[in-house]
Design a protein around this ligand. Structure first.
Ligand code: 13P
Ligand code: SF4
Length: 302
C-alpha cells in the first residue's frame, strides 16, 4: 500500500492532477485526496481548480458535473461504473411531463441526477445549498426531482411554497426506519442523532440534526455533546473521528454502505493516473444544455 500511495503522489505532481474525494469513498482513498468534501464543496473546487486534470473519487454525476462546468479540463473517474442509484430514478421525459402538468413551477433538480435530466431542469441543488436556493426562487410552485425525501424535508421549512415531488430516493438512506433510530438512541442515550435528509421524513423527525455530509461534520464538531449516532453513509466517520478525537460516533448499522462509492480503490486511482483511462466524455450539446442549471446553482448559492 505504501508503494501505491507514493506512486499516486508522484503521478499527481508529474501530470498536474487534482484529486477530489467525497466523504463516502473508502478511508484510504480519502487519505490521498487533495480535497475532501460534500457534493457542493467538491463541485466548487472542481470548477475553480487551476490544474489541467481532475480525478474525481466519487460517483459518475460528480465527474460529469465537473466536466460540464470545466470543458477544457480532463476529468477522470477511477471507476466508470461507480454510479448513483438515485440518479437513474427519473428520466428527462418524466421531467418534461411534470413541466407540462405544472407550467408555473420551477423545476429544481438534486445534483444526484444524470446530465440528461439536468439538461431539462431550471436549477440544480445539493443537500447543502437546497434550502437557500429554493427560498430565493420567485416561483411559488416547485417541482422537486428526483429525491422525494430531500424534497419533503425542504417543503416542511417553506410552508408558503407548493411542492410537487417525483418518487425517487436513495435506496440506502431510505431503508432506515424510525424504530432503528429509536433503538440506537436507547443503546446510546447520551448521543445526538445526525441524519442526512435523504432519509425519510419520519426518521428526520426523531433526529436532532439534519443536513448534508459537511453539515453533519460541522454540527458534530461544534457541538458540546460527546456522542453522536450518524445516520448517513459511514464513510463520513473517518473525517468526524479525525476532527474530533475526543468524541464517539456510532454508525447506524441498518443504513449499510453505498456500494458504488466503495468501488473507488487506491489501485483504481493509481491505474487511472497511469493510463488516463475513464475520462468523462460528453456530447457538446448535452454539456451546454446541462450547464445553465448548474451555473444557476452557483449563482444562487453564493
Ligand atoms: P452530500 O450532498 O451531503 O455530499 O451527499 C451526497 C450523497 O450522495 C448523499 O447520499
Ligand atoms: Fe447515490 Fe445514495 Fe450512493 Fe448517495 S448514498 S451516491 S444518493 S446511491
Amino acid at each position: 500500500m505504501k508503494q501505491t500511495i507514493e506512486r499516486i503522489e508522484q503521478l499527481k505532481k508529474e501530470k498536474d492532477v487534482l484529486v477530489l474525494a467525497h466523504f463516502y469513498v473508502p478511508d484510504e482513498v480519502q487519505a490521498i485526496a487533495d480535497h475532501l468534501g460534500d457534493s457542493y464543496a467538491l463541485s466548487k473546487i472542481a470548477a475553480d481548480a487551476e490544474q489541467s486534470t481532475i480525478l474525481f473519487c466519487g460517483v459518475r454525476f460528480m465527474g460529469e458535473s465537473a466536466k460540464i462546468l470545466s470543458p477544457d479540463k480532463t476529468v477522470l473517474l477511477p471507476d466508470a461504473e461507480a454510479d448513483c442509484l438515485m440518479a437513474h430514478m427519473i428520466t428527462p421525459e418524466q421531467v418534461l411531463e411534470m413541466k407540462k402538468q405544472y407550467p408555473e413551477a420551477a423545476v429544481v433538480c438534486y445534483i444526484n441526477s444524470t446530465s440528461e435530466t439536468k439538461a431539462v431542469c431550471d436549477v440544480i441543488v445539493t443537500s447543502a445549498n437546497a434550502k437557500k436556493i429554493v427560498e430565493s426562487l420567485p416561483n411559488k410552485e416547485i417541482c422537486f426531482v428526483p429525491d422525494c425525501n430531500l424534497g419533503r424535508f425542504l417543503a416542511k421549512g417553506m410552508p408558503d411554497k407548493v411542492f410537487h415531488f417525483h418518487d425517487g430516493c436513495c435506496p440506502i438512506h431510505a431503508r432506515v426506519r424510525p424504530q432503528d433510530i429509536l433503538d440506537a438512541k436507547a443503546a446510546h442515550p447520551e448521543a445526538l442523532v445526525c441524519i442526512h435528509p435523504e432519509c425519510t421524513e419520519d426518521c428526520v423527525a426523531v433526529s436532532d440534526y439534519a443536513g448534508s455530509t459537511s453539515g453533519i461534520i460541522k454540527f458534530a464538531t461544534e457541538s458540546d455533546a460527546k456522542e453522536f449516532i450518524i445516520v448517513t453513509e459511514p464513510g463520513v466517520l473517518c473525517e468526524l473521528k479525525k476532527r474530533n478525537p475526543d468524541k464517539t460516533f456510532y454508525p447506524l448499522e441498518k443504513l449499510g454502505i453505498c456500494e458504488d462509492m466503495k468501488k473507488i480503490t487506491l489501485e483504481k486511482v493509481l491505474y487511472t493516473l497511469e493510463t488516463f483511462d475513464n475520462q468523462v466524455v460528453m456530447e457538446e450539446k448535452l454539456r451546454e444544455d446541462a450547464k445553465s442549471a448548474l451555473i444557476r446553482m452557483r449563482e444562487l448559492a453564493q
